[in-house]
Design a binder for this molecule. Structure first.
Ligand SMILES: C[S@@+](CC[C@H](N)C(=O)[O-])C[C@H]1O[C@@H](n2cnc3c(N)ncnc32)[C@H](O)[C@@H]1O
Length: 245
């Protein structure tokens, strides 16, 4: 039994964020042509893919390597009558087969960390059209100093996590100009953590004192409590980056 998937199966989204933040970031993308080809990398159940496809003239290729997420996204696209604007692709972000200059906009909410922030900015630029954009949300340190507890937790869970300034320097070195940066609000974390908390409550009743299950549930609960206590020190940051010509 994979208890991680028991918790994460069929959630509205798989990373902190919400439609308001997706919309806010999209507004910062400027001067693009009317028919916009968008690649959403690590789309998960695709809340943001749907939000992007709602914009007139946007065509979204939504890529993930977990088919149940893509099935869910396809169902939503059907319900929203957006099947002509959304194409799902089951593939690994490490093995994408797109030709150079295939997309005007690459989008990735809470997923570039899997590939590596810097490596993603460098490698994915090749499939962007000239002057195209990369928009990613990435867990980042918000202050130069932070208490021991969140530092220890994230040093273990995500040792590559950088500060906003470090990430902006990386973006510059990779050949991007910054069109916008913002921290997603607490509501974006609650939109993600709220459904997880409810799910864990139910699953604890089902699995009782199963130690393997409780380990997974306790880890998730600890992460949620940590954010509520120390959320001023780290956050998901949207980076809206335009590839230099
Ligand atoms: C943290 S979730 C974010 C999902 C979505 N962007 C969201 O904000 O709800 C990361 C996503 O990356 C996907 N993923 C993990 N490894 C991957 C890989 N090698 N290639 C493509 N997708 C991957 C997972 O299936 C998951 O949907």
């Amino acid at each position: 039994m994979n208890f991680f998937f028991e918790v994460h199966n069929d959630l509205p989204r798989e990373a902190p964020g919400n439609n308001q933040s997706t919309k806010r970031a999209f507004k910062m993308v400027r001067n693009l042509k009317p028919d916009l080809k968008i690649l959403d990398i690590g789309c998960g159940p695709g809340r943001q893919s749907i939000e992007l496809a709602r914009n007139h003239g946007c065509y979204v290729t939504a890529l993930d390597n977990h088919q149940p997420f893509l099935d869910k996204l396809n169902r939503k696209a059907e319900n929203e009558k957006l099947t002509d604007r959304i194409t799902t692709v089951n593939a690994s972000m490490f093995d994408m087969k797109f030709s150079p200059a295939s997309f005007d906009l690459i989008w990735s909410e809470g997923a570039i960390y899997i590939y590596g922030f810097e490596k993603g900015l460098r490698d994915w630029k090749k499939i962007l059209t000239e002057g195209g954009y990369i928009v990613v949300s990435e867990l980042s340190w918000l202050t130069p100093e932070m208490p021991q507890e969140p530092k220890e937790f994230w040093d273990k869970e995500y040792p590559a996590m950088k500060s906003v300034n470090e990430n902006l320097k990386i973006a510059d070195a990779c050949g991007y100009s910054v069109a916008g940066v913002f921290i997603i609000p607490d509501s974006g974390w609650e939109d993600y953590y709220g459904p997880i908390e409810k799910r864990i409550q139910n699953l604890r009743e089902i699995y009782g004192d199963n130690p393997e299950a409780n380990k997974v549930f306790d880890n998730e609960t600890a992460e949620i409590a940590l954010y509520r206590k120390y959320g001023e020190y780290y956050g998901y940051v949207f980076y809206i980056l335009r590839a230099n010509k």
